[in-house]
Ligand binder design. Structure first.
Ligand code: ATR
Length: 289
C-alpha cells in the first residue's frame, strides 16, 4: 500500500552536538509509522561552528523543520527570523519550522513538562509553592511552566548561587533563589518538587534530599529519565509521595513539532513509552532534549 503522503514527503531533524544518543528519532519514527506517513526524522550532528550555516540554510534544504537540542538552543533563538512568546521568554528555541523562506522558532519544553504532569498527576495545577532543583537550561522552561500554571512561589535551588539568582531575576518576584541544602525544609511547605539538574542520571552523582519533612501531598518529579526511577523518585516513593518520571516530558514536548511538520497531532501512549525506552539502553539523557 502506498504511504499516505507519498506525493509530498516531509523531512524533519533533530540537530545537536553530540546527537548519537538522542531518542527523538525513535520517538518521531514511531509516530511516522503509526500514521503510515512517508517522510523522515533524522539526527543531524552539527558542530557549533557549522550551526549558523545549517539553520540559515534551512529554507533551501530538504527539511521542513526540526528540533534543536544542546548546545544550540540559545544560538537558534538568536538566528530564527521569528520566535514565539515562550521562546523569547526563555531565550531558547527547541523547535523550528518554515513559513515560506522564514525560519520560525518555538520552545515546547515548558509545554512538555506541563502536559506530562497533566497526564500523570493532574492535581499539580492546584499547587502554590514549587521547589526547582537546578538552574541550567532546562530549569527556565520549568519555572515558566510553573508560573504559567498559577504557582505563586517558585524556589530555584542550585549549587552555584549566581546561576540561581540570575534565573530567579528573569522571572521576577514570584521566583526565589536558594541553595540545595534548603530543599529538605522547603519540602514541608511545597506542593511540587522537581529535579532539573543532571544529578541522578546514570554516571552522575545521586541527588540526596531528605524528604522526611515533606507534606503528604507533595508531588515529586524528575526530568532525568535514565534511569526511569532516579534516586530522588525512589526516595519519594518510599516516603509514600506521588512521583512522576521524566520520560513523559520528552514524549509530550515532541507533540507540537510533529504536528507542525507532518500535519497530524500524535498521542503519547504506553506503547510509545516502551518503544522509546527500548531505543537505546546506553542513553544518558534529560527530558529536554
Ligand atoms: P541543562 O542545560 O541540561 O540543564 P546545565 O546547564 O549543564 O544543563 O545544568 C546542569 C544543572 O545540574 C545545573 O543546575 C548544575 O548546577 P551548577 O549550576 O552549580 O553547575 C547541576 N549540577 C550538575 N552537577 C551537579 C553536582 N554534582 N552537584 C550539584 N548540582 C549539579
Amino acid at each position: 500500500m502506498a504511504k499516505r503522503s507519498a506525493h509530498k514527503e516531509r523531512h524533519a531533524f533533530v540537530v545537536g552536538w553530540p546527537i548519537a544518543h538522542s531518542r527523538s528519532p525513535a520517538l518521531h519514527g514511531a509516530w511516522l509509522k503509526e500514521h503510515d506517513l512517508a517522510g523522515s526524522y533524522t539526527a543531524q550532528a552539527i558542530a557549533p561552528e557549522d550551526f549558523d550555516d545549517f539553520l540559515r540554510g534551512l529554507p533551501a534544504s530538504r527539511f521542513c523543520g526540526g528540533n534543536v537540542t544542546l548546545p544550540h538552543k540559545h544560538r537558534a533563538f538568536e538566528l530564527v527570523d521569528e520566535a514565539d512568546e515562550v521562546a523569547r521568554r526563555l531565550s531558547a528555541v527547541n523547535t523550528v519550522w518554515l513559513d515560506g523562506d522564514r525560519v520560525i522558532g518555538s520552545n515546547t519544553d515548558a509545554y512538555g513538562f506541563a502536559a506530562n504532569l497533566d497526564d500523570r498527576a493532574p492535581n499539580w495545577r492546584d499547587g502554590n509553592t514549587a521547589v526547582v532543583i537546578g538552574a541550567g537550561g532546562a530549569s527556565g522552561a520549568i519555572v515558566f511552566a510553573l508560573l504559567d500554571a498559577g504557582y505563586r512561589r517558585v524556589w530555584v535551588l542550585n549549587r552555584t548561587q549566581q546561576r540561581a539568582r540570575e534565573l530567579a531575576e528573569r522571572f521576577g518576584d514570584a521566583c526565589t533563589p536558594g541553595s540545595p541544602q534548603m530543599a529538605a525544609r522547603l519540602s514541608g511547605e511545597a506542593d511540587l518538587l522537581v529535579n532539573t539538574s543532571s544529578l541522578g542520571m546514570v554516571g552522575q552523582g545521586d541527588l540526596d534530599i531528605d524528604l522526611s519533612q515533606a507534606r503528604p501531598s507533595l508531588i515529586v518529579t524528575d526530568i532525568v529519565y535514565t534511569p526511569l526511577r532516579t534516586s530522588l523518585l525512589r526516595r519519594a516513593e518510599q516516603a509514600g509521595l506521588t512521583t512522576v518520571d521524566g520520560l513523559g516530558m520528552l514524549l509530550h514536548q515532541a507533540v507540537p513539532g510533529f504536528e507542525r511538520w507532518f500535519g497530524i497531532r500524535p498521542t503519547v501512549t504506553e506503547e510509545l513509552r516502551r518503544i522509546v525506552l527500548g531505543s537505546d539502553q546506553d542513553d544518558h539523557s534529560q527530558a529536554a532534549s
